[in-house]
Design a protein around this ligand. Structure first.
Ligand SMILES: O=C(O)[C@H]1NCC[C@@H]1O
Length: 350
């Protein structure tokens, strides 16, 4: 598969971009297979910076209307620079480029095997696919049957950790709240429905989004984040509103992730589940190999998650977390733009 072809981009109407469309727990994934101009950079973080600075008009072309929508999510396949990786990916959404995306890894695990992009062929009971993400190398394990059909995917996160607990932030309309901040390949703030006076069953999604977005802005203006690997990883990706059930239980716990520009995750958020488990482990609320079910508070879709081993992330006590879920194909597209189309670059209604 030829991606990042050598294309001298005259203008957007010269491009033909091919994608495979999937979803994981209801969260879309537009896998960009070909049609992007050549991407410069030695490392994946350099490539992420190059794409952000030079080809952001293509993110908008693919994520925004009329080809996408406010809550669209994408994965641009690029050449890996990690020799262990079968593939490398840049994640994109309505605001920019994230550093980790669990729902995308779950879908890409299947996609990589089905498209012959991995060094291993699909073989029962499961086959490993190594995916290089901006946060690091993520190992995926893809269920395969004797016919070579792929199914459920589990992945092992990068070292994940509780960054700060019980941080007091002043949130307009909500007063002073206590939030936790944790890293699961991306940084999230965590707040409960109870603290916000909200309820997943009775409040509208728009009310959850408004509250979570205010928390995100308050934390961004209060807390300076740091990641030992790179300053490119040290930004608050979003806020995850939870049902507050942090103590281990066989019962599922629900959360809704609001990330990027007020974007709502339709799935339980793989990187968010990772960060949440790291938080629960750090607080002594779960132990290694205690598996929990995580449910999206809107769609009811579920992932499972468990801490599998302790490790370090710089000076942080960290854990590797295993998250599993199912990704499904929804179609494939060929995107073009006509020179005379006044909306050819795409648009978004805020
Ligand atoms: O599952 C995840 O980790 C992603 N879903 C959308 C927001 C996150 O990047």
């Amino acid at each position: 598969m030829a991606f990042n072809d050598e294309i001298a981009v005259m203008n957007i109407s010269d491009l033909v971009i091919k994608t495979t469309e999937m979803h994981t727990g209801g969260e879309p994934l537009r896998i960009v297979e070909s049609g992007y101009p050549k991407i410069s950079g030695e490392t994946i973080l350099e490539k992420r910076k190059f794409v952000k600075e030079n080809f952001d008009f293509l993110r908008k072309f693919l994520m925004f209307e009329p080809r996408g929508h406010f809550d669209m999510y994408g994965a641009l396949l690029i050449e890996p620079d990690n020799p262990e990786a079968d593939m490398a990916v840049l994640f994109m959404h309505n605001e920019g480029y994230s550093t980790m995306c669990g729902h995308a890894v779950i879908a890409l695990g299947r996609y990589a095997l089905d498209k012959g992009l991995a060094r291993h062929k699909p073989s029962p009971p499961e086959t490993e696919v190594n995916i290089q993400c901006p946060c690091g190398l993520v190992k995926a394990f893809v269920e395969c049957n004797h016919l070579g059909e792929t199914g459920r995917v589990r992945f092992h996160s990068v070292p994940s950790f509780l960054f700060a607990a019980d941080v007091k932030v002043s949130v307009p309309g909500y007063g002073e709240l206590q939030v936790d901040i944790a890293y699961g390949g991306a940084f999230y703030a965590f707040v409960t429905t109870e603290a916000l006076g909200l309820n997943f069953q009775t409040n509208k999604t728009s009310e959850i989004v408004d509250a979570a977005s205010k928390v995100t802005e308050a934390v961004k203006s209060t807390v300076k984040l740091h990641h030992p690997d790179s300053p490119d990883l040290a930004f608050l990706y979003g806020t995850i509103v939870t049902d507050g059930k942090e103590e281990f239980s066989q019962e599922p716990t629900a959360n809704i992730c609001v990330f990027a520009d007020r974007q709502v995750d339709r799935c339980p958020t793989g990187s968010g589940v990772t960060a949440r488990i790291a938080l629960q482990f750090a607080k002594g609320l779960i132990s290694i190999d205690q598996e929990r079910a995580f449910e999206n508070g809107c769609t009811g879709s579920r992932f499972t998650g468990k801490a599998i081993r302790s490790c370090k992330a710089g000076t942080h006590d960290a854990v590797v977390v295993e998250v599993s879920g199912n990704g499904y194909y929804t179609g494939s597209c060929t995107f073009i733009a006509e020179a005379k189309d006044m909306l050819k670059e795409g648009f978004i209604l805020n």
